[in-house]
Design a protein around this ligand. Structure first.
Ligand SMILES: [Zn+2]
Length: 480
């Protein structure tokens, strides 16, 4: 489906750029042929989602080894031409890919490589040329997602601007929509939830005292960032120059210029110490995340808006939505992937052998739980890539249930309904297919799969053996 949609888009773009129909077809064929040759060396969705992925991508090479790995490929030459200084250590995410590319980097394949660049370049520029190209791009993404229509011009303008000028837009967004009092309130919630996690880790019966102490140490060291950065200087784009239309500027040139500006900034950062306080995503991003390499939790401004967070919410709704999400993010420090990093964000094993084995056994049980499920007949999940996110969903619920248990007259019905409201989704069939590749369980499983682990839910609604949502204690899979 994707191949068909992109082929059609590439064909239109290449003809618009001046190639004949048959030249365009040949270029697309060559491009696909080259990508097909490279494909075996690219990590699959499953490999990227598996717990050992971090170990696979951390390959530190000396300059000498880097030279030998690149072979005929001018990687170091390309880096130098782009302003990257030579260094003693190179981090190579996928050495097998470099080897494969080097093997294919021959005179014989030169035309295929050129055509691949032209095809990819033309597809990549659809949103930066004219209205017609933009609409072709829309048709292509609609065909893939099963959607129809297009954004209103004003929304399109906002989307384009905020994706091209991330930080200036973020600063403007923050000044209009985000308030210090909400930033403080969310920071307080993070602390309340961190405290409740102490109880969960203390009570985890599969941990020895030794590993437990390390886990608590890591929990206490998690840095928390809410809504927006305090210091905007690092994200300044004041030196970025953009030529307006009156001066002969184009959108395409402006974006190229901006990309160059960002690369130069990155190069400067690379030569200094690692800044573990840096916000990777601007506050107007609709997301929250945990960074294992800095052991920090980010609750981004745009997530704490509207139905997900507002000052009129009841306690139940606040805990069901913002609370479980904060709980989810904190627990990523202790899922099968995040737990490979220590309190300082370095990849190092802080588990005793026995505890690690017990933890992996619990992960396996969780994996088996999803392996036995099918979103529709004949369709499996990639269960092995789902356990980290499902672990976070379940721990996030558990920690909030713990907080709820201490509240008087807590309205569990309102709480569970608000939780369902957080994750329920309506998908086109095409989108449902793409969610099979997602490390997060599908929306209905984030709700049902998580809630059926807990007595608070089962008992409240009187769900017992024989009911569809019932899960016997021995079959429950929550890791924490
Ligand atoms: Zn997550």
């Amino acid at each position: 489906m994707k191949k068909q949609a992109y082929t059609e888009l590439a064909r239109k773009m290449l003809v618009k750029l001046g190639y004949s129909e048959s030249e365009a077809e040949q270029k697309i064929e060559n491009s696909l042929a080259f990508e097909t040759m490279l494909a075996p060396a690219i990590y699959t969705v499953e490999e990227q989602g598996n717990p050992d992925y971090y170990g696979k991508i951390l390959n530190y090479l000396s300059l000498v080894d880097m030279r030998s790995l690149e072979g005929n490929l001018p990687i170091l030459e390309g880096l130098a031409a782009n302003g990257y200084p030579e260094t003693d250590v190179y981090l190579v995410g996928n050495p097998a890919f470099v080897e494969k590319f080097n093997e294919l980097y021959t005179e014989e394949n030169l035309q295929l490589i050129k055509d691949c660049l032209i095809v990819r370049g033309s597809i990549g520029a659809v949103n930066l040329l004219d209205r017609e190209c933009y609409e072709w791009g829309q048709e292509c993404s609609n065909a893939i997602s099963g959607a129809s229509g297009s954004l209103e011009d004003v929304t399109l303008f906002a989307v384009q601007t905020s994706s091209a000028l991330k930080w200036p837009t973020a600063k403007l967004y923050t000044s209009v929509y985000l308030k210090q009092e909400d930033k403080d309130r969310i920071a307080e919630m993070v602390e309340e939830i961190r405290l409740a996690y102490h109880g969960i880790i203390e009570e985890a019966d599969f941990l020895s005292d030794e590993t437990r102490a390390k886990a608590i140490e890591k929990l206490d060291a998690i840095k928390s960032y809410s809504l927006y950065p305090d210091d905007w200087d690092k994200y300044s784009c004041e030196d970025l120059e953009i030529k307006g239309v009156a001066e002969g500027g184009t959108l395409f040139d402006a974006v190229q210029n901006k990309n160059r500006f960002e690369t130069d900034k990155l190069i400067k950062q690379l030569s200094g110490p690692v800044d573990k306080e840096l916000w990777y995503y601007p506050p107007n991003t609709f997301n929250c995340f945990y960074s294992p390499t800095s052991n920090s939790v980010f609750i981004l401004g745009a997530f704490a808006q509207g139905d997900l967070y507002n000052s009129d919410m009841s306690d139940e709704e606040m805990l069901a939505k913002m609370g479980t999400v904060i709980g989810h993010e904190i627990s990523h420090a202790f899922d099968v992937k995040g737990s490979q990093f220590d309190k300082d964000g370095n990849m190092s094993n802080w588990w005793t052998e026995e505890d690690s084995a017990a933890f992996m056994e619990r992960n396996q049980k969780m994996q088996d739980y999803y392996s036995a499920m099918h979103p529709w007949e004949g369709q499996d999940f990639y269960a092995s890539i789902m356990t980290a996110e499902a672990c976070a969903d379940m721990a996030g619920m558990k920690v909030i249930l713990r907080i709820a248990s201490e509240k008087e007259n807590f309205d569990y019905d309102a709480f569970f309904r608000a939780y369902a409201d957080l994750w329920f989704t309506k998908d086109t069939l095409q989108m449902a297919y793409t969610r099979i590749n997602d490390e997060h369980a599908m929306g209905y499983l984030r709700i049902n799969g998580t809630l059926q682990q807990y007595d608070e839910f089962l008992n409240f609604y009187g769900i017992t053996e024989g009911d569809g949502m019932y899960l016997a204690p021995a079959d429950r899979v929550n890791i924490w």
